[in-house]
Design a protein around this ligand. Structure first.
Ligand SMILES: [Zn+2]
Length: 284
């Protein structure tokens, strides 16, 4: 029986799963992300060995923060400062003797939504709203890619926003007016000076309005069947955030039909499940 491995290599947490060719998950293990690169790689190898239980591996898939080159498998996750130009594909294939595929976490999570069967529409846009913000567009089961394989960064669009503290809107990327700076966990802390769970109703109303403007742009440009949201901010507020965001999107959208806007049904495992999927299916 073929064993496949999925890796979710996050800035705070590693998750590693083993599964079969049919997609069933056999074992999952989790650990805190070490700061040191060598320590991190050694831990990943140990976690893979643990979930594989001695079985030969048929493929490994991984989700990690961007930027990266999905074809060469060289990664430089922006929130893991010691991981710069790491040839992860070469390292993993040399150690485990099986094909290794890696892509940006939001892309892998989008494929996870698709693979889990919840969203098999023609065009599904998956958005993660957590510390940062990103997304992945799946068209007929394949990821949409930009020129030279570049990953589109939907969080770094600008929107006509509402904010009681416009002088505090500043994105980590250096641009002055990104959507991510308005609605991500990092952006919310910078603007409102407190954790997202402590926001007042009128502050959430601003966040929801700004999200809705972002959804409107994405709907107008991509015209997806559905926009699925995951990540801690989306799960934390749920319909309290999605409801008014959906209304703002619909109120500002013309000509293009409004897509459905839904919460992901797969919680924090979406990227891990997507990693197992690309371990089985490869990437294109
Ligand atoms: Zn930005």
């Amino acid at each position: 029986m073929n064993t496949y491995i999925g890796l979710d290599i996050g800035g705070t947490k590693f998750m590693v799963a083993a599964g079969g060719a049919d997609g069933a998950v056999a074992r999952v293990t989790r650990a805190a992300t070490p700061v040191d690169l060598a320590e991190g790689l050694a831990l990943l190898h140990a976690m893979i060995a643990e979930v594989a239980g001695g079985a030969p591996l048929a493929g490994i898939g991984a989700a990690i923060g961007g930027p990266l080159d999905w074809q060469t498998g060289v990664v430089s996750p922006v929130h893991q400062p010691q991981w710069r130009n790491v040839p992860l594909k070469a390292l993993m294939e040399a150690r485990w003797g099986c094909p290794f595929h890696v892509d940006v976490d939001t892309n892998v999570a989008a494929l996870g939504e698709y693979a889990l069967g919840a969203h098999t529409e023609h065009a599904m846009l998956y958005l993660t709203l957590s510390t940062g913000m990103g997304g992945g567009l799946v068209v007929d089961g394949a990821l949409y890619r930009g020129a030279h394989g570049v990953h589109p960064e939907v969080g770094h669009q600008s929107v006509p926003f509402r904010c009681a503290h416009p002088e505090r809107v500043a994105c980590d990327c250096g641009a002055p007016d990104c959507l991510e700076a308005l609605i991500s966990g990092t952006g919310i802390r910078r603007i409102y000076g407190k954790a997202p769970e402590a926001l007042a109703d009128e502050e959430w109303a601003e966040v929801a309005y700004n999200l809705g403007q972002g959804l409107r742009n994405l709907a107008a440009i991509y015209a997806p069947d559905v926009i699925v949201l995951g990540g801690g901010i989306a799960y934390g507020q749920g319909e309290l955030l999605l409801g008014p965001a959906r209304e703002t999107m619909a109120a500002h959208l013309r000509i293009v039909p409004a897509p459905r806007v839904e919460l992901s049904q797969h919680g924090y495992d979406t990227a891990l499940m997507g990693a197992l999927y690309i371990a089985r299916q490869g990437l294109r």
